[in-house]
Design a protein around this ligand. Sequence first.
Ligand SMILES: [Mg+2]
Length: 186
Amino acid sequence: MTGPERSRAAIFLDRDGVINQPPPPEERYITRPEDFHLMPGIADLIRFFNDLPLPLIVITNQKCVAIGRLSPEGLEAIHARMHALLAAKGAHVDAVYHCPHDETAQCDCRKPKPGMILRAAREYDLNPSSSWLIGDQPRDCAAGKAAGCRTLLLGDEICPDADLKKADIFEVQAWAEKFFRKKQER
Ligand SMILES: [Mg+2]
């Protein structure tokens, strides 16, 4: 790292399976705004982070753009619905970074690579090493680790890159309330 030490912590959030209910296995991708439904408990968790305040950055692979299942404009419409659903519950995310590539593109942004996190850290002056990444897939935690974040794996996958594992969003909220309150009191 060059220049002054970055000090701002953030929460990096995967999208599908963390913010919204994952697409059915046979569909694989969310391609219509009306199929985007918030996960139970996520709006409360995001509001908790909004109140601290900690910036929330969405980091999402969207290979469906590369393979022609969704246009860039279609992805924007889905994210507009995400912002609207969260706003209706008094919650907001600060930025959304997506990777529109597939494996053949050799990009540096597709998770498990850390490119999106590192770019967000530069653009928002965030310190990955004091930040957390929350995801539901091993590649999320791998990307978080590669960027220097601590990582929380949600659900029943197994991943050596996960510093913490929680079964659902409600467990994440219970942990966050203890972990971040204690930190603030120091
Ligand atoms: Mg996911």
